[in-house]
Ligand binder design. Structure first.
Ligand code: COA
Length: 261
């Protein structure tokens, strides 16, 4: 049974949990409450062994997330804003979440919304989605990882262009840049996302966790360290019951049933 939240809906469908940011009138802008509740929901889902994959989306058909709630910026001092941002953020909670997280992007994916999507492991967008880091238009810069994650994902030239201009790009361009994994018609977004989530949810949860950690290391360590750690993570998988099950299932030509042990 899920806890209830003011700004989110959390739903479980088999092994997949869906978190919906539920402030459609404000284009799902991230206020402090949403950030706190998002991190709390992830803590809850991390502990729940029945959940293998998480999907994050926005309510309504206009926006995934239109960024930080700009109304909270007015009158806030830089010192307070900095201390808010240095605390454990929703983006960090997503980044360090031990299970795969998919962003299902159903409309405007801007500023902190794009930063949240980039903290996820995979991004699926509707053809009607648009993307950008428009902070420059407010006289600020991205502060939730935008300058770092966008640059790692799409390279310095394109990241610089998006961040300096604040211009939006459409979903096809975002795919071409490597910002999103897949673009689908708006009517297929849910079905395609659930198909992908369910397919991943059938894998070994241990192998998923190790794979996620290993891939993330590639942009955060040097090659020698990364290769060394990859072997450690591989060895953890190798000692799991899931590895015995996967190998046995392959040899007996049957479907593996991974238990996360
Ligand atoms: N923070 C706070 N409120 C926001 C918001 C944000 N980031 N984005 C949208 N809203 C609010 C609007 O103020 C408006 O509220 P109101 O009805 O009380 O006036 C409501 O959501 C609907 O927004 P509106 O601009 O009328 O919708 P739209 O569909 O025409 O345009 C956007 C959508 C996303 C293009 C536009 O709202 C926008 O540019 N938002 C700001 C994006 C941004 O700069 N994000 C980075 C923040 S650091």
């Amino acid at each position: 049974m899920s806890q209830s939240y003011e700004t989110l809906l959390v739903e479980r469908r088999d092994r997949v949990a869906i978190i919906t940011i539920n402030r459609p009138d404000k284009r799902n802008a991230l206020n402090i409450k949403t950030r706190e509740e998002g991190a709390a929901a992830l803590d809850e889902l991390a502990q729940d062994d029945s959940v293998r994959v998480v999907v994050i989306t926005g309510a309504g058909d206009k926006a995934f997330i239109a960024g930080a709630d700009i109304s909270e910026f007015a009158g806030r001092t830089a010192v307070i804003q900095r201390s808010v941002m240095l605390g454990r953020s929703l983006f960090t909670a997503i980044d360090s979440f031990p299970k795969p997280i998919i962003a299902m992007i159903n409309g405007y994916c801007l500023g902190g919304g794009n930063e949240l999507a980039m903290a996820c492991d995979l991004r699926i967008a509707s053809e009607t989605a648009s993307f950008g880091q428009p902070e420059i238009n407010l006289g600020i810069i991205p502060g939730g990882g935008g300058t770092q994650r966008l640059t790692r994902l799409i390279g310095e030239g394109k990241a610089m262009e998006l961040i300096l201009t604040g211009d939006l790009i459409d979903a096809r361009t975002a795919q071409e840049y490597g910002l999103v994994n897949m673009v689908v018609p708006a009517t297929d977004l849910q079905a395609e996302t659930m198909e992908l989530a369910n397919r991943i949810a059938e894998k070994s949860p241990i192998a998923l966790r190790m794979a996620k950690e290993a891939v993330k290391l590639a942009s955060r360590s040097n090659l020698d360290e990364g290769l060394r750690r990859e072997i450690d993570l591989f060895a953890i998988c190798f000692s799991s019951e899931d590895k015995d099950e996967g190998v046995d299932a392959f040899l007996k030509k049957r479907k593996a049933e991974f238990k996360g042990r």
